[in-house]
Design a protein around this ligand. Structure first.
Ligand code: 13P
Length: 242
């Protein structure tokens, strides 16, 4: 399975710095699938900078409705119109800061797919949930609640305690959770669930990417901080794709 290395730029970059970062990635295209998800206001500039390159562009969130009175929100069709072909949904920062429930994430997945976008649905447990031994129950419930039966996208396992902490999950933790997620996906979707890519996210850096990307059932990475430095993001992509 070809791996996907996705960069989540979060709330960083200006139009100029985003276009420069995109242009630098264009120069170093590698053998895996690559995706960058800039802030919505930078989508048009980044899509233009990457036009004709295999590096794909995505949003970081969308609304669950196709249009209407939702001040400050962005519809999936607007992301597509700006050049996006993917969208990250249910990131733990949105679940925490915007109180997004699994039902909300599920509605967003349906809206995204309705607009022709491929969703990356994030799941992951907190430090407390892991120390209490509830991590599989938490992630299992997120999968069941967030993924509609028509789901046709990618799952990203992002343990909350590993995000931005510089402390990635251990190989054993990643391997065990990805095996669990695979079993759940097959249970939910049958054979299709065996083919879905499952990304790992949480302090992925050039120095741990080779070992993380070599683990069974790791279909790529969702990268935060290191995706803002072109050389680091490209090094991670080389670890995945050759
Ligand atoms: P970091 O790579 O900065 O830990 O962020 C991971 C993440 O949240 C990607 O969505």
């Amino acid at each position: 399975m070809r791996q996907l290395i996705a960069g989540n730029w979060k709330m960083n970059t200006t139009t100029a710095s985003a276009a420069a970062l995109a242009a630098a990635l264009r120069e170093g295209v590698v053998g895996c699938d690559m995706l960058v998800c800039p802030p919505a206001t930078q989508l048009v500039a980044v899509a233009a900078a990457l036009a004709g390159s295999p590096v794909m562009v995505g949003g970081q969130d969308c609304h669950g409705s196709p249009c209407g009175a939702h001040t400050g929100d962005i519809a999936a069709s607007m992301l597509a119109d700006a050049g996006a072909t993917w969208v990250i949904l249910g990131h733990s920062e949105r679940r925490a800061e915007h109180h997004e429930t699994d039902a909300v994430v599920r509605a967003k997945v349906l809206a995204a797919q309705g607009a022709g976008l491929r969703p990356i649905v994030c799941v992951g447990e907190s430090a407390a949930e892991r120390s209490e031994g509830h991590h599989e129950a938490v992630v299992g419930a997120q999968l069941v609640g967030s993924l509609p039966s028509s789901f046709d996208g990618v799952v990203a396992y992002e343990p909350i305690w590993a995000i931005g902490s510089g402390r990635s999950a251990t190989a054993a933790d990643v391997e065990a959770m990805h095996a669990f997620i695979r079993t759940e996906l097959v249970q939910l979707f049958g054979a299709r669930g065996g083919e879905m890519r499952v990304l790992y996210g949480g302090s992925v850096k050039p120095d741990n990417a080779v070992s993380l990307m070599a683990l069974p059932d790791v279909g790529g990475a969702l990268v935060g901080g290191a995706s803002l430095v072109a050389a680091d993001f490209l090094a991670i992509a080389r670890a995945a794709g050759g």
